[in-house]
Design a protein around this ligand. Sequence first.
Ligand SMILES: Cc1cc2nc3c(=O)[nH]c(=O)nc-3n(C[C@H](O)[C@H](O)[C@H](O)COP(=O)(O)O)c2cc1C
Length: 330
Amino acid sequence: MVSIGNVTIASPLVLAPMSGISDLPFRQINRSFGCGLAFTEMISSSSLVHKSKHTLKMLSAGMDDRPLGVQILGGDPDIIKRALDITSEYSFDIVDFNAACPASKVVSKGKGAWLLREPLKFQKLLKVIVENAGVPVTVKIRSGWDETSINAVEMALRAQDAGVSGLFIHGRTRSQGYSGKVAYPIIKKVKDSLQIPVIASGDALTPYLVKKLLDDSGCNGAAIARGALGNPWIFRETDEYLKGRTVPFSPDVYEITRTMKEHLNLNVTFYGEKSGVLQFRKFFGWYARGMAAKGLKGRAFRAGTRAEMLGLIDELQTLAANAGYGGETI
Ligand SMILES: Cc1cc2nc3c(=O)[nH]c(=O)nc-3n(C[C@H](O)[C@H](O)[C@H](O)COP(=O)(O)O)c2cc1C
């Protein structure tokens, strides 16, 4: 069990925030397979202040979607304070601050991973957030800006001094983006330097790799991102693997298609049919990964109605069952 401030997390396996992906339906599907904590996608504090319909939709949560953190992005303390006034009207358990996003359009505005270059500003912003969030605060950092400026330990200590209750570290630099090797020793150094819980992130793509991330870093938990795309079973499989089960515990094709339908239906309920189906298109491809269903994936990208998408899921089931698809292994 991990505690972040007064928030107790039953499983050390966290669903990492992913922009454009971590909406309510995606989180609900992953929760159903055992994820212990989830986050909204990152939400810009200035967009929050403008209260656009699109941004407010990102704050949606459900009763079955707890504990839940809201991740905010920003570089201006006054705007961040105003954004926190808005998030505090919702019942989030945690506020997470993003100091890790590598995107050029973000860092060029002095936000996200840019803050790794400004330790004093980073610490000052975190103090403002801790004072105004009303709930425990966590922060997400990377190992550094680039390989010549690895400063994760300094940043982590500054975050702890500012009063954050937990820290997430993606063991890559900003210049690595999402490629290259994850620096397990740097994550470990950060973990060893702090008293607050540290959650590791980076290449948590299979149960084996999640265990390696936990073992090599000594962290209190692991955040799963790309490994959960079209694969919510990673939470159940990893939980079993951490308990010592070594035989594969993968879903069969019927469980996969049943989950796809559930995900599609949640999307339609949340967004309405047109947008829900549109948002589901990419997930079809991820769920069907490894199933030799190229033609179907192309058709899924053109599907416009729930009935059309359900028909494609049924076709996928027949195709995969006939091909003897047996799922992935550990
Ligand atoms: C499509 C995508 C969107 C992401 N969006 C966010 C985000 O909004 N906030 C954040 O802190 N990290 C974001 N990340 C980073 C992930 O949370 C995670 O730290 C990173 O992908 C490393 O984990 P992995 O190698 O297991 O995928 C994103 C990653 C991906 C692939």
